[in-house]
Design a protein around this ligand. Structure first.
Ligand code: CA
Length: 158
């Protein structure tokens, strides 16, 4: 017999999950842009670029788009993502971009998979480093031609 309880568990709850999977989402609109001169990976913002979701267990899609510049020609951005405090990629991270001309803006979009994550609470943080000089991430802080709003999203997808 298909009881209400069984239908709720095996039909409704599954559809509800598919409709609204665990998702974290932050769009930055800060008072100041972010800068770093760190040559080892550090959190960009351990509050605003930190997303915690309670997963059912499975794969998580991670997306970030932001605009950067560097005050030194030859300066680079390196990006990584930590999950529960451990960098996913290590070495030079997932993606890098070099700034051939000082202070020229460039956009970076990061798309990453965290596979086979256990069920439970997990925290994702965007991390960065550079190789020399000062790296900037524009954060909606009113900079002329740089008042852009980085977005960081995580969503369980299976
Ligand atoms: Ca703003």
């Amino acid at each position: 017999l298909a009881t209400a309880s069984l239908l709720n568990t095996h039909l409704r709850d599954q559809l509800d999950f598919l409709k609204a999977p665990p998702t974290g989402n932050k769009t930055l609109n800060e008072a100041a842009n972010y800068t770093t001169n760190s040559t080892s990976f550090v959190d960009i913002d351990s509050t605003n670029l930190s997303l915690t979701i309670n997963t059912a267990g499975g794969d998580v899609l991670i997306i970030f788009t932001g605009t950067f510049s560097h005050n030194t020609a030859g300066g680079r951005v390196f990006l990584d993502v930590s999950v529960d405090g451990t960098d996913m990629f290590g070495d030079d991270g997932l993606v890098t971009h070099g700034c051939e001309t000082a202070n020229r803006q460039y956009a970076v979009t990061l798309v990453a998979w965290k596979l086979s994550l256990s069920a439970g609470s997990h925290t994702f943080r965007l991390r960065w480093r550079t190789n020399t000089g000062i790296l900037t991430l524009y954060a909606g802080a009113g900079t002329s031609l740089g008042d852009v709003h980085p977005q960081f999203v995580v969503r369980e997808v299976s």
